[in-house]
Design a protein around this ligand. Structure first.
Ligand code: FCB
Length: 322
């Protein structure tokens, strides 16, 4: 770790904040967005939640986080101080400052302070990834089903820590652009990890250029009714070959990925324009607005109209500071 000497995680203001709050409560608070997620029973149903868990020996947070069925989304976890233990028995392993864990959805969570350590402070981000992040969520080294990237990967720890803290800072602000900034920082973290991971693998994963061409063709033509056949013709592959390569490199089906891109684009338009939903559905390639609303709801759990209202409200609240 090259910048540990100039960086002191114990000064983290967010952790200090948590200690001050914990000093005044006996029961875990339900409504405090910083402290409630650190205790069992919190529902992680947002697209992104981030925080720091400063576990001290004998403190209120000194228990093993135990989620036998894992979570709906992904977790990335950075040890900032002390030592943690993941799993127990034969599959157990330790994590030290600078080590990162990546837990896929559904993977069992069982981790806490390592028995011999005084503390285990870790930063974490719970997230539902964007479709094109998939290739970065597959690190070389996996222990008992959990991806691990050790400090030896020469990631800059101070920089990583700052990015984790920024994800938390932006994600608690309710407006959409702040959430986009949180996603932007998370994307930087995942890219840095993927880059370090590839250096560790000592090889480069090359994405098939026909798949890349297919992605570009789709994003350049979101308004057109393109299906697997049209895209595969464009990149001179058979539909089944393209589907196979697409799944391999992108981790999703062609139509599934196309829909995810359309929905992302529609979200942008809903946020910044008053375009009627019917026009919008055509702009993003659906002739039938009802079908568009169904696809949109599948990806966001909201109708386009409800999404627009929510963004408007959040923007107004951000503007008035309420
Ligand atoms: C907190 C844990 C943290 C992480 C998040 C999702 O309660 O302290 O390690 O698992 O939940």
């Amino acid at each position: 770790m090259d910048d540990h000497s100039t960086f002191d995680p114990s000064q983290d203001p967010q952790a200090q904040h948590i200690f001050r709050k914990l000093a005044f409560i006996s029961d875990p608070p339900q409504d405090d967005t910083q402290v409630a997620p650190l205790f069992p029973g919190y529902r992680f149903d947002l697209r992104l939640v981030a925080g720091i868990t400063p576990i001290e020996r004998g403190g209120q947070l000194d228990f093993f986080i135990d989620r036998p069925d894992g979570m709906k989304g992904w977790i990335i976890n950075l040890t900032v101080d002390g030592e943690g233990q993941v799993f127990d028995g034969a599959g157990a392993f330790a994590v030290k400052p600078g080590d990162l864990l990546l837990l896929p959805p559904g993977m069992r969570h069982f981790y806490g302070r390592a028995r011999g350590a005084e503390k285990w402070w870790h930063r974490w981000i719970y997230f539902q990834p964007r479709a094109f992040w998939k290739p970065w969520l597959d690190w070389e080294h996996c222990e008992s089903g959990v991806f691990v990237l050790r400090d030896s990967a020469r990631l800059r720890f101070g920089e990583l820590f700052r990015l984790f803290a920024e994800v938390e800072k932006w994600s608690v602000l309710d407006d959409n652009l702040s959430m986009d900034l949180a996603f932007n920082r998370l994307e930087q973290i995942l890219l840095s990890c993927a880059r370090a991971d590839r250096a560790v693998r000592n090889r480069t994963t090359i994405i098939d250029e026909r798949v890349l061409a297919a992605c570009t063709f789709i994003t350049d033509n979101l308004h057109k009714p393109l299906g697997v056949r049209e895209v595969s013709e464009h990149v001179c592959l058979s539909p089944s070959r393209l589907s196979h390569l697409f799944r391999k490199y992108v981790g999703a089906g062609v139509v599934q990925w196309r829909d995810a891109q359309r929905v992302q684009y529609a979200m942008q338009i809903l946020r910044i324009t008053n375009m009627p939903i019917k026009t919008l559905s055509q702009t993003v390639g659906y002739d039938d607005p009802l079908y568009f609303s169904r696809v949109f709801r599948k990806h966001t759990s909201l109708s386009p109209r409800a999404f627009r209202h929510r963004s408007l409200r959040a923007t107004q609240q951000a503007a008035t500071g309420s």
